[in-house]
Design a binder for this molecule. Sequence first.
Ligand code: NAD
Length: 484
Amino acid sequence: MDIKLEKMYGLFINGEFVPAQSGRTFKTCNPATGEVLAQIAMASADDVDCAVKAAWAAFSSWKKTTARERSEIMWKISDIVEENLEYFSTIETLDNGKTLEEARADITDVVDQFRYFAGCIRTDEGSYVEQDNHGFNIIRKEPLGVVAQIVPWNYPLSMAGWKMAPALAAGNCIVIKPASNTPLSLLEFARLAGKELPNGVLNVVTGSGHDCGEALTAHPGIRKVAFTGSTDVGTGVGETAGKNMIPFTLELGGKSAHIIFPDCQWDRALNAVKGGILGCAGQICSAGSRLFVHKDIYDKFVEELADCFAKVRVGNGLESGIEMGPLVDERQMETVLKYIDIGIKEGARLVTGGRRITEKFYNEGFFIEPTLFADVTNHMRIAQEEIFGPVLSAIPFTSEKEVIEMANDSPYGLAGGVWTQDINRGIRVVSQIDAGLMWLNTFDMYPAGTPFGGYKKSGFGREAHKMTMEEYFQVKTIYVSIEE
Ligand code: NAD
């Protein structure tokens, strides 16, 4: 699809695009080619302040809308996204590098999240509780006011959808910040779908994490922060929110265990392991980046997996047949290459991949070969640290007990997968792993209605489920006493 992007995108504040007050901009590029896609306004604290004020001005009437009115608006938004699915998907591929097929799945997810929460809000209820002396409580849920939302670059519009939908359903106004290397899909969302919302209900500020992100998190007008990103930055966001006495939810990094027993459905497991680490070029918080394979099948599984990796078609995600796109930018590519080097130095066996792809066809893109390390031990850095790239560490195990211990021996606890046809063993193992989402005989499934979030350093709070709306409400109890 041919896309005509604006040359310059402003900040989306109070229903219109405005330049940053400083006049500063930054560029966003296509990671497959290095081509500059557009210039983007660079927000500072003053711009963030304007956005927060616009959001509060809108809140006075938005909070009075009924659940039905909000639900209807959210359905209209979902329709607009669906009608423009190819448009949004192409923008996502251009800006992030993921394949068009992956981008289509992301945008379909945005549609689904909006419809799901449009439904949730229609069925959400407060409660009534009888009390002593002929009294009773009416327990009401009220929106918080203006909330800040910060999203990363790996699922730009999809992560934004996970955040915007429950917040809007609950009646809040939003100031949201996309990552500076992938701002386009959210800005285009604001342009196309934002007009369904009253001015100021949705505001998008773009800029660096250091200036724009910190100013947003610390702004005294913010009543909640929802953050998705790295554990390091999330820790700081949580500290600031704590100081400001506002609630916060954090969706952070991961190092998910993918566990294969000898009685697995072989081809399905092999495919899931491949997709679980090469999807979005491995830049997935819940990537199955630690592969535990039972010793009885370890050599055969690793050999067949290496064969699958070597056959993956890497390239520009806009081209048909491409299975894996580039890394999002040079910095991320360098980080991944550094980890490949670390793995080699730690003594892991590089079975396949390990190189940047620099052939002419790849132009200036940030492509890395699908990379598989075998004979990894769980204490190696490549098994403990989040690499966020197409690099898989395969570790052998001998018993259920041992693999559970190794899977839990990680600072993270976001997700994981287990493959076995023994349902008792499957449930036993997934139940004992400290992670917020475990897949049994599948992997990487996140439809709306599937609570997503971490244990341990993977953060806390859950998204993509009706319980997420509770994070965007505050509870008011009205104790009523009736005179007899
Ligand atoms: P990041 O933490 O560098 O940035 C995330 C967002 O925070 C960006 O919008 C960035 O501009 C902003 N930011 C940066 N510094 C900030 C600051 N000091 N104050 C406020 N905001 C700031 O992460 P990233 O590199 O964009 O994304 C990759 C990380 O995100 C990985 O660790 C990955 O695991 C994690 N992630 C987690 C989930 C999840 O749901 N758990 C989903 C996607 C990504």
